[in-house]
Design a protein around this ligand. Structure first.
Ligand SMILES: *[C@@H]1O[C@H](CO)[C@@H](O)[C@H](O)[C@H]1NC(C)=O
Ligand SMILES: *[C@@H]1O[C@H](CO)[C@@H](O)[C@H](O)[C@H]1NC(C)=O
Ligand SMILES: *[C@@H]1O[C@H](CO)[C@@H](O)[C@H](O)[C@H]1NC(C)=O
Ligand SMILES: *[C@@H]1O[C@H](CO)[C@@H](O)[C@H](O)[C@H]1NC(C)=O
Length: 252
């Protein structure tokens, strides 16, 4: 289906194929009669949100708003007579395209607070307001590390992951007690701490603890190899022999 330029509404088409995969095709890039592009930016980086009406209007004023906690906040305005005005200087952005037939604002030091969706409204005559809705996705690089303590009977490990959006931690290990906490850092990133307590007194063989961190569609595995209790060479030899025997026996 061709993308539509329809005023006001943002269309979301859902196609479902026979195997059951759902593909969402987001046609929000063209909203209302304003062409916009969503942007990804690393924390502290530079990003420009631009709005271009798909046809020429007679515009009196361009207004930029941001959705903050569910309400729209006026952040900047450009008027054909009084010029530009930025209401939120702490947001560290400027107009980089000053005009009424196109508008752009540039964040030169993107913060987590800048993450979210914006609206650019062209107050046109006689059509009325025409709106574009570009979104800015701010992300941070991922920091991970694992800290552990091990004794005769148990191992306790804590996996740390710091980033934004909030990273997800899961453990891939046989058993163990887990607990998770998180803190929000002053720069807006989130540190997730996931602890695991594994009883190793029963285990004979070497065990592997895997802390899997998921962030922005990527996975990072942090592995911890725990030696088994009876890890003499003889024990290993017996274990290997047993496993070969079980493989051979059914054939006889
Ligand atoms: C956009 O506006 C500027 C001045 O406001 C004008 O010089 C320019 O020709 C306009 N662009 C188009 C495509 O009409
Ligand atoms: C960017 O923002 C951060 C946090 O608000 C601040 O600590 C830093 O000094 C700023 N950097 C620049 C170049 O303005
Ligand atoms: C944000 O803060 C966390 C925790 O203090 C730190 O590990 C991380 O490097 C910081 N990120 C940036 C981009 O400043
Ligand atoms: C660990 O396993 C041993 C042996 O089965 C058991 O005696 C002990 O209570 C277990 N400890 C914990 C914390 O589960």
């Amino acid at each position: 289906m061709p993308p539509k330029v329809n005023e006001g509404n943002c269309s979301l088409w859902i196609f479902q194929n026979l195997i059951g995969y759902i593909i969402l095709i987001d046609l929000c890039r063209i909203q209302g009669a304003v062409i916009t592009h969503n942007k990804d930016v690393e924390l502290g980086g530079k990003a420009t949100l631009r709005c271009t009406p798909s046809k020429l209007y007679e515009t009196i004023q361009v207004t930029w708003l941001k959705q903050i906690n569910g309400s729209l906040v006026n952040i900047a305005v450009y008027h054909n007579v009084s010029g530009p005005k930025v209401f939120r200087p702490e947001m560290q952005f400027n107009f980089t395209v000053l005009g009424l037939n196109e508008t752009a604002i540039t964040f030169w030091n993107a913060s987590i607070q800048d993450n979210g969706c914006y609206q650019c409204i062209f107050n046109t005559f006689p059509s009325g307001p025409v709106t574009g809705k570009p979104c800015l996705s701010v992300y941070a690089h991922l920091d991970t590390f694992i800290h552990y303590k091990t004794s005769e009977t148990h191992t306790s490990a804590t996996c740390f992951a710091t980033s934004f959006p909030r990273p997800q931690i899961s453990w891939h290990t046989p058993g163990g007690k887990m607990n998770e906490t998180q803190v929000t850092n002053p720069n807006g990133t989130v540190t997730v701490m996931s602890g695991i307590f594994v009883n190793t007194s029963r285990s004979q063989a070497e065990q592997e603890l895997i802390c899997r961190v998921k962030h922005r569609g990527k996975e990072v595995d942090l592995k911890l190899a725990l030696p088994g209790r009876g890890h003499s060479h003889q024990n290993h030899a017996v274990l290997i022999l047993l496993s070969i025997m079980t493989m051979v026996l059914p054939i006889n």
